[in-house]
Design a protein around this ligand. Structure first.
Ligand SMILES: [Zn+2]
Length: 144
């Protein structure tokens, strides 16, 4: 809960009590609606995904919930995904939380490297969030 309080500060209880969470059957992980900022989670990922990945994804998405409330553009296609300021901030907060949990840099790289990123994009993201780039990292995030 500490990480969540750091995201919303004194608005935490208010935001969490009003936040709508939609569970969808389709594959994928989770995201924030660009229409009203509610949280969308894959029920499949929640039941089969790695618990640490799920937790860090929730932290990441809650940063987007706050950004949406602040009126920020979450899907600004003027930026590539790994360089979009809203993504970099969300990844930074998730990495901070991962370190607090004691995850190794290698494990953090495994968390960060998703299938929609090329190695080159991943290298840039790792740099933006100050994680040591480990090119041999194998993605282990697929849901079964
Ligand atoms: Zn994101």
């Amino acid at each position: 809960m500490g990480a969540v309080r750091r995201i919303f500060q004194d608005k935490t209880n208010d935001v969490l009590s009003k936040l709508r969470v939609e569970f969808v059957g389709r594959r994928g992980y989770m995201g924030v609606s660009e229409v009203d900022g509610h949280l969308i989670m894959s029920a499949d990922y929640l039941s089969k995904g790695n618990r640490i990945d799920i937790y860090l994804d929730i932290v990441h998405e809650l940063v987007h919930v706050r950004q949406f409330m602040e009126g920020k553009e979450l899907f600004d296609h003027n930026f590539e995904y790994v360089e979009r300021p809203t993504e970099v901030e969300a990844y930074r907060v998730a990495v901070e939380e991962a370190r607090r949990l004691g995850l190794s840099e290698k494990r953090i790289c495994q968390y960060l490297k998703t299938e929609w990123m090329t190695d080159e994009e991943f290298r840039r993201l790792a740099k933006s969030v100050n994680v040591e780039f480990m090119p041999a990292t194998k993605r282990e995030r697929e849901i079964a």
